[in-house]
Design a protein around this ligand. Structure first.
Ligand code: KE4
Length: 428
């Protein structure tokens, strides 16, 4: 596979952009090798500058659930852009997306658009602190909520990928207000609440963890978290930036039947354009300026182009049997990968919720960050490159998720399973 153009371009990028990337996890840090420079994406495929085609299971880290360059989404973007790309005023489109989201996710009675998942989680924490008049927050080891200072504590995703304990530049005082518990371990939360109860403003959680690899919640974990937070006047925040409209038309909260006080969204609601959103109970959200005193703002928040890409995406996700079809082919892929590992006689622990899949080279079970970290990341790196040589693009990190789109064909799933069978045999 010729990749000289990528190598040349990436070399130049490294002289201009830190690490040659605009987001660390793209740099192949934990899998080794040189990142591929892409020039096009269409449907389930990426195309690099050397003309190689890859079946894409990263999907821009989640947003491209309809596949890349979906004609209906493109059409909406182009038509809207012809009438201007940003007004800096209220617009008709943002009202329509707000209506769609509040209808699809009933716990969201009011919603505010921002420009990234990080902005969404950062603003939600500020709001929770203002509403409860408390400063301390609880997050879970291995969960990633974007790169706001107070959330870069034992975070997952790129932070875990680079094996960074936390990030320099975050004052101890900031991190001091952030307590961390163990995912799926309600006892670890109860101990923190017992010790700090009245000081805790909120608990923020990925309802299905997707940034330590994919780690589903134990059935009783989220209900217990809901009860505990209600009992102690602590706000429960679901970070659904990844799971929102990924695992169910109403998000993980609909699938798992647990209602948070506040929800963070991103990725899919922008159809591939920069966006984030946060929302929830009216009595809380009405504290956000200018309705209330909690300040949060953004030049391009709710801009019509990103918003219409989201509207078209949610329209298509609202059609009947979209999620049933995604479920069937995701199950098929997960079963196939598990079987390939069994045939190759290598320890492999497969996780999946809907069309977000995790694969750990470990015996398992994987239930939290500590167990996820025991997975053989070197073997994952070899698997990643082996699959890449077969034209299949997985996440370049053990601590990410693989995603399917509505346009991954049965044939491409079969191809992936066959390739995995070949590659895993070489990992023995
Ligand atoms: P952004 O600021 O990257 O839009 O969203 C941050 C974020 C918040 N919450 C969750 C649950 C997330 O997964 C993310 C971002 N996800 C990572 C990958 N898992 C984005 C990829 C990257 O950082 O380049």
């Amino acid at each position: 596979m010729k990749t000289s153009q990528s190598a040349q371009l990436f070399k130049k990028a490294q002289r201009l952009i830190p690490g040659g990337v605009n987001s660390p996890v793209r740099a192949f840090g934990s899998v080794g090798g040189t990142p591929l420079v892409m020039k096009k994406a269409k449907g389930a495929y990426l195309f690099d500058v050397d003309g190689n085609r890859y079946l894409d299971y990263v999907l821009s880290w989640g947003p491209m659930i309809l596949g890349h360059a979906h004609p209906q989404v493109l059409e909406a973007i182009i038509e809207t852009a012809k009438n201007g790309t940003s007004f800096g005023t209220p617009s008709q489109q943002e009202v329509e997306l707000a209506e769609r989201i509040t209808k699809m996710v009933p716990s969201i009675q009011r919603v505010r658009f921002v420009n990234s998942g990080t902005e969404a989680t950062m603003s939600t924490i500020r709001l929770a602190r203002a509403y409860t008049k408390r400063d301390t927050i609880i997050k879970f080891e291995g969960c990633y909520h974007g790169h706001a200072d107070h959330l870069l504590v034992k975070a997952g995703s790129g932070v875990a990928t680079l094996g960074m304990p936390d990030s320099p530049g975050v004052p101890k005082a900031f991190a001091g207000h952030t307590l961390t518990a163990r995912y799926n371990d309600i006892g670890s939360v109860e101990r923190l609440v017992k010790q700090h109860g009245k000081k805790i403003a909120c608990i923020i959680v990925e309802p299905i963890a997707g940034n330590m690899g994919v780690v589903p919640p134990h059935p009783e974990f989220l209900p217990a978290l809901r009860d505990l937070t209600k009992k102690h006047g602590i706000l429960l925040i679901f970070d659904e930036v990844m799971t929102g409209f990924r695992v169910h038309p109403g998000g993980a909260q609909a699938l798992l039947k647990v209602k948070p006080d506040l929800t963070c969204l991103g990725k899919i609601i922008g159809g591939g354009l920069p966006i984030g959103a946060y929302g929830g109970r009216k009595d809380i959200m009405e504290m956000i300026a200018p309705a209330g005193p909690v300040y949060q703002a953004g030049t391009l928040s709710g801009n019509p182009v990103a918003v219409v890409a989201g509207i078209e995406t949610l329209k298509m996700l609202s059609q009947p049997d979209v999620f049933e079809k995604l479920e069937k082919k995701s199950q098929k892929l997960a079963d196939g990968l598990g079987e390939a590992a069994r045939q190759a006689k290598i320890p492999y622990y497969q996780t999946r919720v809907g069309s977000m899949l995790g694969g750990f080279f470990a015996k398992g079970p994987i239930t939290d960050y500590a167990s996820a970290k025991k997975s053989d990341a070197v073997r994952y790196g070899k698997f990643f490159h082996g699959m890449l040589r077969q034209g299949i693009y997985l996440a370049p990190s053990q601590f990410e998720a693989a995603f399917l789109s509505t346009v991954h064909s049965p044939e491409s799933i079969r191809k992936t399973i066959t390739a995995a069978g070949k590659v895993m045999k070489l990992l023995r």
